[in-house]
Design a protein around this ligand. Structure first.
Ligand SMILES: [Ca+2]
Ligand SMILES: [Ca+2]
Ligand SMILES: [Ca+2]
Ligand SMILES: [Ca+2]
Length: 259
């Protein structure tokens, strides 16, 4: 279960994907039930349906009644749920056996809609290596696996903004598609990564990273300035407080300040 705070500081929705269970019906079809739970703790809000994205290629989805759910134009699937308690069980259907890594690519997201019209979106990656399309203000938990935030269009983001505080268990930020300028602090990276605190940032010469070592003076200090390239087009920057270490690996094509 995952709780997040919305922009007003209230607890809002959560969504959870239970572990996949696997059954085989003996007719060359493999079925993987997915249990979804979402809920509101602020009952003045409404809960959206649940959106599933990144289903493995060649698979389809059935609702609890066994009816096939048609994909949306963007390839995502909408699982219809109640306005206040969004529980549903759906079944992933595949003509081939799927590995946990393959089923793990699926992500689930849900939105809470306040009376004011404000929408707060929460996305959970769950297990597996997830590609998560991110927009400012989204709450994101990548969960286990090597998880990447991607960005549509050309958006500039300051991860130190108050509404960007709910990002966790992310391993990579991919700026490749579109031109982006992002602002990131040491504490932002500590918050958005798991306890290993490894973050990779990929991009190109049209992208800019502004980094601030805002925890200097609190025990965190830079221990490696990235002057020695890794030889693969990336450079690694290290920070430590003496017990924990943060490692930032940045595409050398990205313009930067502060590293
Ligand atoms: Ca996943
Ligand atoms: Ca994940
Ligand atoms: Ca992760
Ligand atoms: Ca780019």
């Amino acid at each position: 279960m995952e709780n997040n705070s919305d922009n007003d500081g209230n607890q809002n929705e959560y969504v959870r994907i239970d572990d996949f269970s696997i059954s085989y019906n003996g007719s060359d079809i493999y079925e993987y039930p997915i249990t979804l739970n979402s809920s509101l703790t602020d009952l003045s809000e409404k809960l959206s349906d649940i959106t599933l994205t990144n289903l493995p290629a060649g698979t389809s989805l059935k609702d609890s009644g066994g009816n096939t759910i048609a994909p949306n134009a963007d390839g995502s699937y909408t699982v219809v749920t109640d306005d206040t308690v969004g529980d549903a069980t759906v079944t992933l259907v595949s003509p081939t056996s799927l590995t946990a890594a393959e089923t793990g690519t699926i992500t689930a997201s849900v939105e809470s809609i306040a009376n004011s019209g404000d929408i707060a979106k929460t996305t959970l990656g769950g297990s597996g290596d997830d590609l998560i399309a991110f927009e400012a203000g989204d709450s994101v938990d990548g969960g286990a696996g090597n998880d990447t935030l991607t960005f549509g269009g050309a958006i500039n983001l300051d991860f130190s903004d108050a509404n960007m505080a709910n990002i966790s268990n992310i391993e990579k930020i991919d700026l490749s598609a579109g031109d982006h300028e992002i602002t990131l602090s040491l504490s932002d990276v500590l918050d958005m990564t798991d306890p290993a605190h490894n973050l990779v940032i990929t991009g190109d010469t049209n992208d800019t990273l502004h980094f601030s070592n805002d925890l200097a003076g609190s025990g965190w200090a830079q221990t490696n300035d990235g002057a020695e390239s890794n030889g693969d087009g990336t450079a690694t920057y290290s920070y430590s407080d003496g017990s924990d270490t943060l490692t930032l690996t940045v595409d050398e094509n990205i313009q930067n300040t502060g590293l």
